[in-house]
Design a protein around this ligand. Structure first.
Ligand SMILES: *Cc1c(COP(=O)(O)O)cnc(C)c1O
Length: 353
């Protein structure tokens, strides 16, 4: 950080280039393009892939808001699909009914701990000549068949928001792809649609979405601890699993067995719980932080009312939105703290809250 301040190269400078190179080696991506945050990365990815007005993109209705807003931002229409109730990712069996003449891409999201069923999604996409663009914002270090998330379709993104598995001390994001054309367009779009060596010639009306070098420098250091921290998260998840296994009111996460050798990463530890909102309030009173991911499915958001969806359209997502709650999960958490959280959850159900 001192070097960056001394040199005065604050955005898209040497530390950003170093981070991109390190992530190209780690993920195996031919191209990593660092940007300001993963919401921008999604918008840039869609535009770089040629998605625009008149196009439809199939997205899950249970995700972070940016999964759907990015489609709207490029002038296309998000088409919502329900989730698999175990993995919380796009339910491959629901996708096909949503495909129309206007569909250009499917955007699976790898939510919480595990990858979407990419073999099934890719098979549908191939049969209908659709692109697969991944919202892999949460999926750093998730691989299947030896390929990193974001490289299982045409392009993907990663978020370095502070709470993510690899977090900066501010915002940061990444587009990753093996597609040279998407990469070239994304590199232009992040700096006003110009090529790096020919400024002031704008090939597209792009954005200002450079990554800060300070963030890149922090990420390069934290990257060295990533695998150790992921192992720690898995250990803490096992402690929660044990501590909560005897409670009939709680469903602990299920990692789907799969043929593609996908690994899981506990970005969050998400349970489904009876009387979820009362439990959250109770834990808050004990000084225990929780997070509701996500309280309202995207098809019920006011800004998407014009798309004509109704409550009841997406039963799996709507059920999850009423029951899901994330428990504390970060590498510095201790086993004793996990035990304490589990004890209070027992106490809540045994005492009737
Ligand atoms: C965090 C997240 C994003 C957005 O990332 P930012 O870097 O905060 O813009 C997008 N999609 C999903 C699924 C996320 O979890």
């Amino acid at each position: 950080m001192d070097q960056i301040v001394d040199k005065g190269m604050f955005t898209n400078g040497p530390a950003v280039k170093e981070l991109e190179a390190a992530l190209e080696i780690f993920t195996g991506a031919k191209h990593c393009i660092a940007v300001g945050n993963a919401t921008d990365a999604l918008i840039i990815m869609l535009r770089a892939a040629g998605i625009g007005p008149g196009d439809e993109v199939i997205v899950p209705c249970y995700s972070f808001f940016a999964t759907a807003s990015c489609v709207d931002h490029v002038g296309a229409r998000p088409v919502f699909s329900d989730i698999d109730p175990v993995t919380y990712s796009l339910n491959a069996t629901d996708i096909e009914a949503k495909i129309t003449k206007r569909t250009k891409a499917i955007m699976p999201v790898h939510l919480f701990t595990q990858l979407a069923d990419m073999a099934a999604i890719r098979e549908i996409a191939d049969r209908h000549s659709l692109m697969v663009l991944e919202d892999s914002a949460e999926a750093i270090s998730m691989f299947c068949e030896g390929k990193h998330a974001g490289l299982l379709g045409d392009a993907g993104v990663i978020s370095f928001f502070p709470t993510k598995t690899l977090g900066a001390i501010g915002d940061g994001g990444l587009v990753l792809t093996n597609d040279g054309h998407i990469a070239a367009q994304a590199r232009r779009l992040r700096i006003h649609g110009q090529d790096e060596h020919t400024p002031y010639i704008h090939h597209m009306a792009g954005y200002n979405s450079r990554m800060d070098d300070i963030q890149a420098a922090v990420l390069l250091v934290r990257f060295g601890f990533l695998q150790q921290e992921i192992a720690r998260r898995a250990h803490l998840a096992a402690c929660y699993d044990r501590g909560l296994s005897d409670l009939s009111q709680v469903r602990t996460p299920t990692i789907r067995e799969r043929a593609d050798a996908a690994n899981s990463v506990y970005y969050v530890y998400l349970i489904e719980a009876e009387r979820r909102d009362d439990l959250a309030a109770y834990l808050t009173r004990q000084g225990i932080g929780t997070e509701i991911y996500y309280p309202y499915p995207l098809h019920t958001q006011p800004c998407f009312a014009h798309l004509g969806y109704r409550p009841g359209d997406m039963p799996h997502a709507e059920r999850a939105a009423e029951r899901a709650i994330g428990l504390p999960m970060y590498p510095d958490l201790t086993e004793d703290q996990v035990d304490e959280v589990c004890r209070w959850i027992h106490q809540f159900y045994e005492s009737g809250g």
